[in-house]
Write a protein that binds this ligand. Sequence first.
Ligand code: PRP
Ligand code: GUN
Length: 183
Amino acid sequence: MKAEHVESDLTHVLFTKEEIAQKIEELAEQIDRDYEGRDVLLVGVLKGAVMVMADLTRALKGQYPMDWMAVSSYGSGTKSSGVVRILKDLDTDLHGKDVLIVEDIIDSGLTLSWLRTNLESRGPKSVEICALLRKPDAAKTSIDVKYVGWDIPNEFVVGYGLDFAEHYRNLECIGTLAPHVYE
Ligand SMILES: O=P(O)(O)OC[C@H]1O[C@H](OP(=O)(O)OP(=O)(O)O)[C@H](O)[C@@H]1O
Ligand SMILES: Nc1nc2[nH]cnc2c(=O)[nH]1
């Protein structure tokens, strides 16, 4: 795959750059309102959440420290294995903190379900989740998600941090891949 492959590889655009920006503003408003005066840590899950975190933190009015984890649950394919490994852990002690996990997508829910349990075992005051996208029809476990941008159909999507074989993360929109990309 070469660098010139861009938006023409999408079957259709689900959300434009402008729609994403609007949604991020709405999420930031809710978070600012709910977390005012609290000792918050935003936890971004690499790599997909990079764009959400970058835009969300700049849309927030309050000051929110951030930290990052890298976990692996997908291997090289497009199906969650359910086996999660920590590739990079947090640098921050979570004791007494209100943790808000920032994610790009909830698909099977297995990654976040595991991650929430893992973070809850570290003594935080609370652990909540903010995800830009969620696929209700793909859920293999139920998780309580405090902030969701959109519920989407059970299709593989790329853009705005979401990749296919590490490509398309830098697309400004979110869309589904055209079949010729898989073939
Ligand atoms: O709900 P699930 O089925 O567990 O899937 C969600 C996970 O999959 C994606 O990450 P991925 O493993 O593709 O890694 P990446 O963020 O580095 O792209 C996404 O960022 C979530 O972490
Ligand atoms: N790029 C991408 N990564 C995912 N990880 C879990 N679901 C998805 C998806 O639909 N697209």
